[in-house]
Design a protein. Structure first.
Length: 364
């Protein structure tokens, strides 16, 4: 059961084993943190996690791989900030060998015949979680083996993930299918067996890596479906607003209970239908976000547009955290807490080089 209690989330940070993470994170039972739902919903930031770790006097270099993974999250976010809605299209080059813009019926039905994959999809439907390595496997099968364009399969995964973050999700899928990287990502059955502790043979992935480029779509993946994804939002309720106070706007990407905690403000969790029409998420994800928001004192939920909220309640002094999906907000935008803020992103390792230098200079 995934917690939504803020103190329990903080306790989970204390349990992180960053050295072990570096050694075994790619295995399905590896020392992953399970913090991604809280980072994605803005309850905690990558910077917050980093600072908590450094309070324990870890040597930076002994946990460098873990820190680098935190920076990957910020890197994807900064790419989204820089490119905006352009990340919804092939970013650097066109996806090759696209047969359709649909989604594999067998992937959707957890019926690919690859036991580790099917089990992971069933778990995704059950609790909104999928190990990162399995996400790459599923993306590779959906795009590179089934030859579907990445966007609709990526929307399907985003819809079901409790840690769904469109920037990380879309750009990771583009990395797998080669539109945001130099080549496509493939994993064969041997790779899956190794990291998922299975011993499966004679599947459509039981081939040498040299065989992937010329591989025809397997029979198991040929049938495609057109996804219909919809978000169910709570029925809107009247909220109470003190017009003499500033108003803090929270949303699907920011339910930070520490943000301006000691200020006497109106606090509103804004769930906008038009955002979820473009980027639909499951009812489970909405419920999870609302439960997380209960860590914020006196927060109220409003389902409707930003413009209608401002007009109906005559809001004047509005404050929010910047985000690519908040560009239509009007008011004061607070910056998110970055590992390192940078513009004109060239590559991750260019970003990491500068970020690492910055972190070391400011921590030691």
């Amino acid at each position: 059961m995934i917690t939504t209690d803020f103190q329990e989330i903080l306790n989970r940070i204390d349990l992180i084993s960053p050295v072990k993470y570096s050694a075994d994170r790619n295995f399905i039972d590896g020392s992953v943190t399970r913090l991604s739902p809280y980072i994605s919903r803005g309850v905690i930031s990558t910077r917050f996690v980093f600072e908590k770790l450094m309070e324990k006097d870890y040597n930076f270099y002994s946990i460098e791989k873990f820190i680098q993974e935190l920076c990957w999250r910020d890197y994807w976010q900064l790419i989204w900030v820089e490119n905006g809605s352009s990340i919804n299209n092939d970013l650097k080059s066109e996806q090759k060998d696209v047969s359709d813009y649909l989604f594999s019926k067998s992937v959707n039905g957890a019926n690919t015949g690859i036991s580790a994959i099917d089990n992971a999809i069933e778990q995704l439907y059950s609790n909104g979680y999928m190990h990162n390595h399995l996400r790459m496997y599923v993306a590779s099968i959906s795009c590179n083996i089934a030859q579907s364009h990445w966007k609709n399969p990526a929307r399907w995964m985003y819809y079901h993930l409790l840690d769904g973050d469109w920037g990380s999700n879309a750009l990771s899928w583009q990395w797998v299918c080669g539109t945001n990287s130099n080549k496509k990502y493939y994993a064969n059955q041997d790779n899956i067996n190794k990291y998922c502790y299975t011993n499966q043979r004679n599947s459509f992935l039981d081939v040498d890596y040299s065989d992937f480029e010329g591989l025809s779509i397997p029979d198991q993946l040929k049938e495609k479906i057109d996804l219909k994804l919809e978000t169910v939002l709570p029925q809107n309720q009247t909220i109470n607003v003190d017009r003499n106070k500033s108003t803090l706007i929270y949303n699907f990407y920011n339910v930070d209970p520490i943000w301006r905690k000691n200020e006497d403000c109106n606090r509103i969790l804004l769930l906008e239908p038009k955002i979820f029409e473009q980027y639909p998420v499951s009812e489970k994800s909405i419920d999870f976000t609302i439960e997380l928001s209960k860590n914020i004192n006196n927060i109220q939920v409003y389902c409707g547009s930003f413009e209608k909220l401002v007009k109906d309640y005559n809001l004047k002094d509005i404050i929010y955290k910047e985000h690519p999906l908040n560009n239509h907000y009007i008011g004061k935008a607070d910056q998110r807490d970055w590992m390192y803020y940078m513009q004109e992103m060239k590559s991750f390792f260019n970003y990491w080089k500068k970020c690492k230098k910055h972190l070391i200079r400011n921590q030691f």
